[in-house]
Design a protein around this ligand. Structure first.
Ligand SMILES: [Zn+2]
Length: 204
């Protein structure tokens, strides 16, 4: 399968070897902290490890992830996986945004193992993101991998960069959606999806 639109860039493995901890130690100093004080001595290593994990989606191979989990079936009803929890980092502030994602597709020949959908969510959430792109990449990947008649993805999220910095708190919750194929073209399909996730458009 060719992943054209939602092309996944696999970061060079050399990136893995670049030490991050010394930069964090330097950063702590520049923020007016004493990197040598008890509570902070091991912090740079912990932050480095956390950041590697939180960006590990960059190094996940979608082919390997879905490998062996695609099944040929005669099934033509909507498949919905709702309330998938996710945690991501906004690329503008490197602060968390988190929430729920609902994914639906209408199969034409294939379905995917249900547990793979949350893993695809993790793959696109664990990287520096914006909510709109996370929503779109997920929808396009489901479309390309499963080749269904259509895909719908709704993402409801809260953004720490809004919540913690005291700006525009009323906009800290945002909802984005991507509809492809019959989810875009057919109102009844879209409405069925919205009814199934009981979407109320107010964050989560
Ligand atoms: Zn932000």
């Amino acid at each position: 399968m060719a992943l054209s639109k939602a092309a996944v860039r696999v970061i060079d493995s050399k990136v893995e070897e670049q030490p991050v901890a010394p930069l964090i130690r330097d950063l702590l100093g520049r923020l007016g902290e004493d990197p040598q004080r008890d509570g902070l001595v091991r912090t740079p290593e912990r932050v480095a490890e956390a950041l590697r994990f939180l960006t590990s989606g960059n190094r996940t191979d979608v082919h390997r992830l879905v490998n062996g989990a695609l099944y040929e079936v005669e099934y033509d009803a909507m498949v919905v996986v709702k309330d998938i929890e996710f945690f991501s980092l906004c690329e503008h502030h490197m602060l968390p945004f988190y929430g729920k994602i609902h994914v639906a597709y209408l199969p034409q020949k294939k379905v995917i193992g249900l547990s793979k959908i949350p893993r695809l969510v993790d793959m696109f959430a664990r990287r520096l993101q914006i909510q709109e792109r996370l929503t779109q990449q997920l929808a396009q990947t489901v479309q390309e991998v499963i080749d269904p008649l259509g895909v719908g993805v709704i993402c409801e999220a809260r953004h720490f960069c809004m919540m913690m910095r005291g700006v525009e708190k009323q906009h800290s919750a945002a909802t984005t959606s991507t509809m492809l194929g019959c989810f875009r073209d057919r109102k009844d399909t879209r409405d069925e999806f919205l009814a199934l996730v009981n979407h109320n458009g107010n964050g989560h």
